[in-house]
Design a protein. Structure first.
Ligand code: F6R
Length: 235
């Protein structure tokens, strides 16, 4: 794994933004895997400021909560529209359908989409418990897109986005670890002391389903961009 340690979250955003734009610039077509949450906000801000040409770029998001309408203020559909899709002219934008009547079928359809349009570059955040996408500890490394029950740690970390704690959904649809590992290139970003344990485990722990991010150890093209705090337990 290629590891880049920078000063802070702002620097992470700059480095990651430049790598992402360089990857799709000049290509005929490109499939870009995206994440939500706090970590990518700086990157999306740079997209809005610089407005690179993305007319040939199709996006696929990692995950979506189960049971929220697309236009719910707290859905990832809304997050992506507000942060990115309303501001740039992407070719197509896709997120898993967490509100489908038949969720199993929706998972299968999403996995088919990912197979038809292999991800060229996948952007990932990192959960405090080592999750990638919403693949919680214990998820086998070959899983396709599937429904997950969110752990207490994840629901707790995400409660800041909801008015009441009990509004945090209990389930989500996520690309599986198997789906993520098929991406040709992966960029994982993590900042702050809260991520330090997970970063240490991801980089130096044994490859184990107890820490989903250790699955990336076997991928041949991964760049980890972290700040000094997130990297502090690795020195
Ligand atoms: C979001 C996602 C999650 C987050 C992770 C970190 O689409 O898949 O894995 O990347 O929970 O979240 P933040 O960035 O809010 O710390």
């Amino acid at each position: 794994m290629n590891i880049i340690v920078v000063k802070n979250a702002e620097e992470i955003a700059k480095v990651a933004y430049e790598k992402i734009v360089k990857a799709f610039e000049g290509k005929q077509e490109f499939t870009l895997g995206l994440a939500t949450g706090g970590s990518p906000l700086g990157i999306y801000d740079l997209f809005r400021q610089h407005k690179p040409n993305v007319s040939h770029v199709m996006t696929v998001n990692l995950d979506e909560y189960v049971g929220l309408a697309e236009d719910d203020q707290t859905s990832y559909h809304t997050y992506m529209a507000e942060q990115l899709f309303n501001h740039l002219n992407f070719k197509e934008n896709h997120l898993p359908d967490g509100n489908a009547k038949d969720l199993d079928e929706a998972c299968k359809e999403y996995e088919e989409l990912l197979k038809k349009h292999p991800v060229d570059l996948q952007l990932l955040g990192l959960g405090e418990n080592g999750h990638i996408g919403f693949n919680e500890p214990g998820t086998p490394f070959n899983t396709p897109t599937h429904i997950v029950e969110l752990t207490e740690s994840t629901r707790n970390a995400n409660k800041i986005y909801f008015e009441n704690e009990e509004d945090v959904p209990t389930h989500a649809v996520t690309m599986g670890i198997g789906s993520i590992l098929r991406a040709k290139e992966v960029i994982l970003i993590a900042s702050g002391i809260k991520k330090a344990e997970a970063v240490k485990e991801m980089l130096h722990g044994k490859e184990d389903i107890g820490c989903p991010a250790t699955a990336l150890q076997k991928h041949s093209n991964v760049t980890i961009v972290v700040d000094e705090e997130a990297y502090s337990l690795c020195e």
